[in-house]
Write a protein that binds this ligand. Structure first.
Ligand SMILES: Cc1cc2nc3c(=O)[nH]c(=O)nc-3n(C[C@H](O)[C@H](O)[C@H](O)COP(=O)(O)OP(=O)(O)OC[C@H]3O[C@@H](n4cnc5c(N)ncnc54)[C@H](O)[C@@H]3O)c2cc1C
Length: 389
């Protein structure tokens, strides 16, 4: 490009941060605007499996792959599936040396990415309100609490409820009919041995009809779980969500008839039950080009949490940065990026929708089948349907 473009990224999630990192590696200055007050103002959530063909490609492009490997948990690739009687139906083990999708704590991944950026790249405490294209070219970024600023390229990496997306499309996330309620266990091997036994070193899920229970081991003996069921968004109507005893009783009622060891996930939860209704963007989601504005990650293609969202966000971020650095105009760069990103997002969104329908069928019968794999493209390394843990 004849002049260095002024580039802003909204959102310091995995997609925005890897995009900033790869831009800086190519000598392009960039500012990331993040609404959170600082890097430690919020716990960053659970465990992410980073896939060989997407997230790992992005981390290699960012020159961070070896550091990622050192922080990752390959043993976390194990996955146990139970029925509602707590019978182990399948046990996928990772082969020795299998690095196809090692797990990493989301907080560790974020710190890795943040530490790789030039000092001052992220402006914390900067919620973005909206963006508007300027008639003579360029884009105006409207901050909620600061003066407007103009850029040549604004990348919306601000997640599900993106403030950049309305400049490109009218699409809004809609409720899937499935809610996840998050639960937590600390020091699990000592304080919750039954939960530790269920989850093993990786992930476990138990399901029957439109209900499931999922646990994922994080580092430092922490386990995070999701109580997932089909139901109205206001399933908790009449309850105060901070009243854990009442929420627990209502949830136990939903899982009546399940094995006691599985019900312990509801009984032993430490602290509040965090309500997370599942929203998605329409499929397909695309837009007409608006010069100087694009989206990546959940802002572009919010889909069910089936293990691909963060991976696609990382790949989008790396590829967008590479496109900007290797084309002579921003328009050409966005053409190159979106012509690959949008069809990929469409394919993945369809696959995750199908997987969700299999995992969470719209029926209460127990005999709904288990998917061949939790992940659309996963070849399971080993299957041991009967032999306990
Ligand atoms: C329960 C659960 C489990 C999941 N598990 C997995 C998994 O195992 N593997 C996987 O690949 N994916 C998983 N996902 C999906 C994954 O979390 C997302 O797809 C991924 O985080 C998207 O990354 P992103 O960078 O696009 O957006 P986000 O991670 O959502 O980051 C957006 C950033 O933008 C900031 N922001 C938001 N609004 C504004 C604003 N107005 N102004 C400034 N900043 C703003 C936010 O604070 C945030 O820092 C899971 C999702 C859920 C809900």
């Amino acid at each position: 490009m004849s002049t260095t473009p002024r580039i802003a990224i909204t959102g310091a999630g995995p997609g925005g941060l890897v995009c900033a990192r790869v831009l800086q590696q190519h000598g392009l200055p960039v500012t990331v605007f993040e609404r959170e007050a600082g890097p430690n103002s919020r716990a960053q959530g659970g465990s992410l499996d980073i896939h060989e063909d997407t997230g790992q490609v992005a981390l290699r492009a960012a020159g961070l792959f070896d550091r990622f490997l050192a922080l990752s948990r390959p043993e976390g690739q194990q996955w146990r599936m139970y029925d509602r009687h707590a019978t182990l139906v399948r046990h996928d083990r990772a082969d020795e040396g299998d690095m196809s999708r090692p797990e990493i704590d989301r907080g560790r991944l974020r710190t890795l990415l943040l530490d790789s950026l030039a000092p001052g790249t992220v402006r914390w405490g900067h919620p973005v309100e909206a963006v508007t294209p300027l008639p003579g070219g360029g884009v105006r970024l409207h901050h909620r609490d600061h003066a407007d600023e103009d850029f040549d390229l604004v990348v919306g990496a601000d997640g599900a409820w993106s403030r950049v997306r309305p400049a490109l499309s009218d699409a809004q996330p809609h409720y899937t009919g499935i809610t996840m309620v998050e639960v937590h266990f600390d020091d699990v091997d000592r304080r919750h041995p039954g939960i530790a036994e269920l989850v093993g070193a990786g992930t476990m899920s138990a399901k029957a009809g439109g209900r499931s229970l999922v646990l994922q081991r994080n580092s430092n003996g922490h386990v995070r779980g999701y109580i997932m069921f089909r139901g109205p968004e206001d399933w908790h109507a009449g309850l105060d969500l901070a009243d854990t005893a009442s929420v627990r009783a209502r949830l136990l009622d939903r899982y009546r008839g399940w094995d006691e060891s599985l019900l312990d996930i509801l009984r032993e939860n430490e602290g509040e039950f965090l309500n997370r209704p599942m929203f998605v963007l329409p499929v397909p989601h695309s837009w007409q080009r608006v010069p100087g504005i694009t989206l990546l990650g959940d802002a572009a293609h919010l889909m069910p949490p089936a293990g691909v969202g963060a991976n696609l966000a990382l790949l989008d971020g790396a590829e967008l940065a590479q496109a900007v650095s290797s084309h002579s105009t921003l328009d050409e760069a966005l053409d190159a990026y979106e012509s690959v990103m949008l069809p990929r997002a469409h394919d993945n969104a369809k696959a995750t929708q199908q997987m969700l329908a299999t995992l969470m069928p719209d029926t209460d019968s127990d005999d709904a089948r288990f998917p061949d794999s939790l992940w659309p493209d996963h070849t399971r390394p080993d299957s041991d349907p009967a032999s306990g843990n």
